[in-house]
Design a protein around this ligand. Structure first.
Ligand SMILES: Nc1ncnc2c1ncn2[C@@H]1O[C@H](COP(=O)(O)OP(=O)(O)O)[C@@H](O)[C@H]1O
Ligand SMILES: [Mg+2]
Length: 264
């Protein structure tokens, strides 16, 4: 990550626990290197704790940027982002980021065993916890195919995992972290649909009692979300359940019929 663009407040908000309610209130943002090109414009988005929200929208519409703002890799120029009703710039950066488990497009693996790489999410995890997390991510069977199992070395000079295998390791790591907020940013874009279905079957269990934001190009990934939000030009243009967005007949419905056909 580039040098931090954000500063820590002097006496941060330190709650005993995080509930997971998120609010984007009138948020506008342009990257410092491209100030004349706002990526997010007056965005309003309230996410209730414990709900699963899918985010859809064309490539480049600002989905990943929203997540970078939520994690405070950047601060918006206008508006505020709240976690549990408190502006995130009042939280310590550490407690903010600890309350969010992110599975992103680029998976960071360090040189070490698969076990260590999964346990990065929870350093004192037991072997049973690591294996349970790997099963949730449809990764356990992959690991078992390696001669050295969880002791297989990955990362530089280690064995090369495929894109889909890296994503599954990263999901296992996030599951193990057990944070109140889970963010999946194209987390299953490189796995085949069969593996994705296997992960989906565990999804309800993994997200139970948590707030989850799921960004997916493949709309079948988010169709069962409590709510789906469509972004366009940095604004929310559609917001509702899969069925209600199909009935609306807008961008989502159009994308759905191109991707899946008409068996809605
Ligand atoms: N670090 C950056 N600096 C400048 N522009 C960026 C940066 N990251 C992304 N962008 C631009 O911001 C816009 C939104 O990007 P992004 O949030 O990654 O979109 P999405 O995830 O929806 O595909 C794009 O036009 C992209 O080129
Ligand atoms: Mg993205």
């Amino acid at each position: 990550m580039a040098p931090s663009m954000v500063t820590e407040v002097a006496s941060p908000h330190l709650p005993p626990h995080v509930i997971g309610k998120i609010g984007f209130n009138g948020v506008s943002f342009a990257y410092p290197t491209a100030l004349s090109n706002p990526v997010v414009q007056g965005l309003e988005l309230q996410i209730e704790a414990g709900t699963v929200v899918g985010i859809a929208g064309a490539t480049g519409c600002g989905k990943s940027t929203l997540i970078k703002l939520l994690l405070r890799f950047y601060d918006p120029q206008v508006g505020s982002i709240l976690l549990d009703g408190v502006p995130i710039n009042q939280w310590s950066i550490r407690s903010l980021r600890q309350s969010i488990a992110l599975v992103s497009q680029d998976v960071y693996l360090f040189h070490g065993t698969i076990y260590e790489n999964i346990a990065y999410g929870l350093p004192h995890a037991t072997p049973d916890q690591v294996e349970a997390a790997a099963r949730c991510a449809a990764f356990h069977d992959v690991v078992c195919q390696f001669e050295r199992g969880y002791q297989t070395i990955v990362g530089e000079r280690g064995i090369r995992l495929s894109g889909g295998q890296r994503q599954r390791l990263s999901i296992a790591r996030a599951v193990l972290k057990n944070a109140p907020i889970l963010v999946f940013d194209e987390a299953t874009s490189s796995v085949d649909t069969e593996t994705e279905e296997a992960i989906q079957r565990q999804f309800a269990m993994v997200t139970k009692g948590k707030t989850a934001i799921v960004i997916a190009h493949r709309l079948s990934t988010i169709r069962h979300a409590d709510r789906i939000v469509v972004l366009n030009n940095g604004r929310v243009t559609e917001d509702g359940s899969h069925m209600s967005l199909l009935r609306l007949g807008g961008t989502y419905a159009r994308l759905w019929s191109t991707q899946v056909g008409h068996q809605g």
